[in-house]
Design a protein around this ligand. Structure first.
Ligand SMILES: [Zn+2]
Length: 342
């Protein structure tokens, strides 16, 4: 059900090129309702599965189905680890996803790492790298590092890039590894608190344990893909669990080195929008370079009588987000300077 009337232009009958779905922070657990850390928002741990089910039924029913769905991370809650229910809960959620008639691309968030190691995730159904596209004769656009990232083309001239915002992180990393030591050092340099999940007193509040960042290796790879997309006159959609634009997000939710990611994106013309989860409250801002930053409202903090997912209809000159429930409708025009050639 929708809480608001849909704008006339965003309907299934419109002449869109293709569409895709987004859903964030399902955080399923077989637990009674609870609250967030600040005890300001209710969390519907069990009902999140029904919200997912509703979203999938909606997408399956569309007369022109979306090309794919982007799952923005935190698919099950960290509490599952405590109750040794991680695998069972993941299986339940994945069984619901199986009903979806189109491919789903999974990103990894902090809650994935509360439940599983990076090695486990790499070998799990949450690794959807097999859906990636390769660009012929451009080996620099193939990710080679230990990060979980890839790109794909759901429609000619549109490239989607999935980023790993926990590439630099103390979560999910073997504590005996040099990378863990390097990430812990980076975190502690910016966060002197005993409790590393606390942003108290920090000038850069994003430096908390539940966030992470992008390695230089991953940023170099992103730069290569965006260079190819610029040359090929493509439009690009980027997906990441952590947001990177302060105007669209609570600063405590940003990726550690969000400025580095913005610098790469801003040095290219092709990026239309950046989708993230993690914030639960949602958020939106268009940056000075015309990139639309959308933080999708989290399923976990969505009351049973509402919903939280979105469908984006892609047009030659814009993308239109049709939100369901508490996800807001948005019109995301492409930058004016260089109209999309069709
Ligand atoms: Zn998260």
């Amino acid at each position: 059900m929708d809480d608001k009337p849909s704008p006339g232009a965003v309907s299934e009958s419109s002449e869109h090129l293709f569409s895709f779905g987004v859903i964030a922070d399902i955080q399923y657990a077989n637990l009674e309702d609870g609250y967030n850390y600040q005890r300001t928002r209710r969390r519907y741990y069990r009902h999140s599965l029904l919200h997912l089910q509703g979203a999938i039924e909606h997408w399956n029913r569309e007369s022109s189905p979306p090309c794919c769905v982007l799952q923005l991370g935190d698919i099950i809650d960290g509490y599952n680890a405590q109750y040794k229910a991680s695998e069972k809960s993941l299986e339940l959620v994945m069984n619901v996803f199986q009903r979806l008639k189109v491919p789903v691309h999974h990103t990894w968030g902090n809650h994935e790492f509360y439940n599983f190691s990076r090695d486990y995730l790499t070998n799990s159904k949450l690794n959807t790298k097999f859906l990636e596209d390769q660009i012929e004769h451009h080996p620099e656009t193939v990710p080679t590092g230990s990060f979980y990232a890839y790109h794909f083309v759901p429609f000619p001239k549109f490239r989607f890039i999935l980023l790993d915002s926990y590439d630099l992180s103390v979560l999910g990393v073997d504590q005996s590894s040099p990378k863990y030591q390097q990430c812990l050092k980076m975190l502690k340099e910016h966060n002197p608190n005993m409790e590393l999940n606390s942003p108290q007193g920090l000038s850069e509040p994003q430096f908390v344990q539940f966030n992470g960042g992008f390695s230089q290796e991953q940023l170099n790879w992103l730069n290569e893909v965006l260079t190819f997309s610029d040359t090929n006159q493509e439009k690009v959609v980027i997906v990441s669990h952590l947001p990177i634009y302060p105007e669209a997000s609570d600063s405590v939710c940003l990726a550690w080195n969000y400025r580095d990611a913005l610098a790469v994106i801003w040095s290219h013309e092709c990026v239309v929008c950046f989708f993230a989860g993690h914030t639960h409250d949602g958020g939106y801002s268009e940056d000075p370079f015309g990139v639309h930053h959308i933080n999708v409202e989290g399923v976990i903090e969505t009351a049973p009588d509402s919903q939280a997912f979105g469908t984006i209809y892609v047009y030659p000159d814009k993308m239109m987000l049709k939100g369901s429930g508490r996800v807001t409708d948005r019109i995301m025009n492409y930058r004016k300077e260089k109209p999309f050639p069709l």
